[in-house]
Design a protein around this ligand. Structure first.
Ligand code: AOS
Ligand code: ZN
Ligand code: ZN
Length: 388
């Protein structure tokens, strides 16, 4: 049984932005396991990311992280990306790896350090102008480790003022996306710990400031799809950083730990008008691959999102609403579970082939020999990783 024309066409709207840093070496504080052929510069990262789009058709853009992806001429990097069949996407700021930021950045008490952090973001916006990027994603590691360490309210006020200056520089076709995270690297409080704080901060800025929801940034058992519903209802769900976690911000392959949760999130995205042409909630991966091959890890990730999206599109919304109106608890849950339990892989394979894509992108990439080729070509030089 093939997909209905409705599902088939909606699947064509899917676009999942890849993080450049997923193709470099990253790992944990215990060890970073390198891989032969790992990119040595942003150009090679873009080439690897373009393989994901080539074999899946799902990832037309690549997010950059500044300063990790700094280059002399962004017009050259932009042309390289276009030659590889992708575009440059979100620009991610970085105020978490400089010695000055030990006690914070945009929330810091020291005017000089806050100025430095604001200027870094203004530089990121200049880069956005060169790359044609729409989104500036801000994730702050700011916070404290002990009660009494600093005045939490003063930090909110200073951060609000700094964000306002950054927002005022954002162009009319650009957005500021503020990401929240419950803990790490601060362990007593984060200055943007939850969706409510991010919402309060971006609502104060204006229409082109929104929230980034990273699926690994919540306390265990948080009902993430409720947050998705609420932010869509408030018109402030700017983007997702998709990944999966078993315990904390593990940054593992999205859908690997809990495909049902990913399905429920996508059901709310569809219901709330955040999917594809309905709205402008950007889908992005934010993952790090330490022991698994990086490009196949990203291919598996975007296929997981596609598969759960296909299942979410199968939910019989009319029958579900009718069951909800009737208060028929088991029938309503059963309708949702019928969609979740549907194996859409054969129909997805056919859908891909009808569009000139390989039925099995994982196998097609493995057969391409690309990994062996870059391992042979990329000998010498410093492999890119977190911080380079
Ligand atoms: C950190 O945990 C956040 O998820 C960030 O979005 C991300 O890991 C890093 O800044 C690269 O974007
Ligand atoms: Zn993230
Ligand atoms: Zn994270």
């Amino acid at each position: 049984m093939a997909f209905s024309s409705h599902v088939a066409s909606r699947l064509e709207e899917q676009a999942i932005e890849l993080p450049s840093w997923a193709f470099g070496n990253s790992g944990t504080r215990f060890r970073v396991f390198g891989t032969p052929g790992t990119p040595r510069d942003p150009f090679e990262k873009i080439s690897d990311a373009a393989q994901v789009h080539k074999f899946t058709g799902l990832s037309p853009s690549v997010a950059l992280h500044i300063p990790w992806d700094k280059v002399d001429d962004y017009a050259v990097l932009r042309r390289h990306a276009e030659d590889e069949g992708v575009a440059l996407g979100t620009i991610n700021s970085n105020t978490f790896q400089d010695e000055d930021y030990k006690l914070g950045s945009l929330a810091h008490r020291d005017d000089r350090i806050r100025r430095k952090a604001i200027d870094h973001h203004l530089e990121c916006i200049d880069i956005m102008d060169a790359t044609g990027s729409r989104d500036l994603k801000i994730w702050l590691a700011d916070g404290t480790n002990y009660a009494g360490q600093d005045d939490m309210r003063g930090r909110q006020d200073r951060m609000a003022e700094a964000l306002q200056e950054i927002y005022d520089r954002i162009g009319e076709h650009q957005r500021l996306v503020l990401e929240y995270k419950i803990f790490e690297p601060a362990f007593y409080h984060m200055d943007v710990p939850d969706w409510g704080t991010s919402y309060a901060q971006v609502a104060a800025l204006g229409d082109r400031a929104t929230v980034c929801l990273d699926t690994g940034h919540h306390a265990p058992s948080t009902n993430i799809e409720f947050i998705v519903m609420q932010l869509l209802r408030l018109g402030k769900l700017g983007s997702f950083d998709f990944n999966s976690r078993n315990y904390a911000d593990d940054d593992l392959i999205v859908g690997a730990a809990d495909p049902f949760q990913l399905f429920r999130i996508l059901v709310e995205v569809l219901r709330g008008g955040g999917y594809g042409k309905d709205g402008d909630t950007a889908f992005m991966l934010d993952q790090c691959h330490n022991i698994e091959d990086k490009i196949p890890g990203q291919i598996r990730s975007v296929l997981n999102v596609q598969e759960m999206t296909a299942r979410a599109l199968l939910v019989d919304r009319e029958a579900l609403t009718a069951a909800q109106v009737e208060g028929d608890v088991l029938k309503a849950n059963g309708i949702l579970m019928d969609a979740f339990y549907t194996d859409v892989r054969p129909d997805l394979a056919a859908w891909r082939e009808e569009r000139g894509l390989p039925a099995d992108p994982m196998k097609a990439f493995a057969d391409s020999g690309y990994l062996a080729q870059i391992a042979a070509d990329r000998v010498g030089g410093v492999q890119a990783g977190w911080g380079a």
